[in-house]
Design a protein. Structure first.
Length: 306
């Protein structure tokens, strides 16, 4: 029970830090001039904050600025005088750590109860995800092979990629006699980027941080940017002159949402079409600038106060 209580204390702290960094990423993602294939990488930051309890100390990060007002860092490993890894402690509700001794007994009682509720709900969500996964597998098990890794199924309404190790592109049976070239390119782009893997990792992380409403907001933003990013990479492959054809195929397809599959009809259609038609190829200079921007944002938001 004590271990569970301490675990939840640090997860709660991680969730606070993730919320701060995630809100900043959400604001950055609202800047339309930044391509979605750039902002999708930035969502790694809040998810890493939710998944990894410690980080490298730096005097130039966001946490160093915040630490002047609130929060503190607990050093867990310091290999050299100038390098240290720490855990961010935003709650500051304890006198000592490892094991935790709380400032007041009431806090200990609160975290004891909260930790039990947290683990029960987390396990329930994980169980629901497992059941949904096997239900999804059952749904497509009788799909008919068309060619390569492409299959047809009577039970789905929107094209999607299922699986991670040996992914399959499943199309509705009604797509048998239509041109599926652009749809297949879209789904193969998802496969080459391991988007289903990132989708599952994000779902698992959010199932641990279910109590944080921001985590669900970040999941929604990440999944939307995953689709927008895929659209941009498709246009980069087929060329801007085929963007209207791609947008038309998107409009003609039925929309569907899947938990474990990257769907051709996912995300908001009007947003995707607007993004497709406004696509601009990145110049070498723009690419270098965006890589530098991503690196700087990662450094500022992922380092702890030091």
């Amino acid at each position: 029970m004590l271990m569970l209580q301490e675990m939840f204390y640090w997860i709660f702290n991680m969730s606070i830090t993730a919320a701060i960094t995630g809100v900043i990423i959400k604001l950055i993602s609202l800047i339309k001039k930044i391509p979605r294939r750039v902002t999708v990488f930035l969502w790694i930051i809040p998810f890493l904050r939710m998944a990894v309890p410690f980080g490298l100390n730096s005097p130039y990060g966001l946490m160093s600025l915040i630490s002047k007002l609130t929060t503190k860092t607990i050093v867990v490993y310091q290999p050299t005088e100038n390098i240290a890894f720490s855990m961010t402690n935003s709650l500051m509700a304890a006198n000592t750590y490892f094991p935790i001794t709380y400032k007041v007994n009431m806090l200990e009682d609160i975290f004891r109860v909260a930790s039990v509720v947290w683990i029960i709900v987390s396990m329930a969500i994980l169980l629901m995800l497992i059941v949904t996964y096997f239900a999804t597998i059952y749904e497509i098990k009788d799909s008919i092979h068309l060619k390569d890794n492409i299959y047809l199924s009577e039970k789905i309404t929107s094209p999607a990629v299922y699986g991670i190790i040996k992914p399959k592109i499943i199309l509705p049976a009604s797509y048998k006699d239509i041109d599926i070239e652009l749809i297949v390119i879209h789904e193969k782009t998802h496969i080459s980027s391991f988007d289903n893997l990132w989708r599952i990792i994000a779902l698992l992380i959010v199932s641990v941080h279910w109590f944080n409403p921001f985590s669900w907001l970040f999941l929604k933003g990440f999944l939307a940017d995953l689709e927008l990013s895929c659209d941009e990479r498709v246009i980069a492959k087929i060329g801007k002159d085929r963007a209207k054809d791609y947008a038309s195929s998107l409009l003609e397809s039925k929309q569907g949402e899947t938990v474990f599959a990257s769907s051709f009809g996912g995300a908001k259609i009007l947003t995707r079409i607007e993004n497709i038609l406004s696509f601009k190829k990145l110049s070498r200079l723009s690419l270098i600038a965006f890589i530098a921007l991503i690196g700087a944002i990662f450094y500022v938001l992922l380092t702890n106060a030091g």
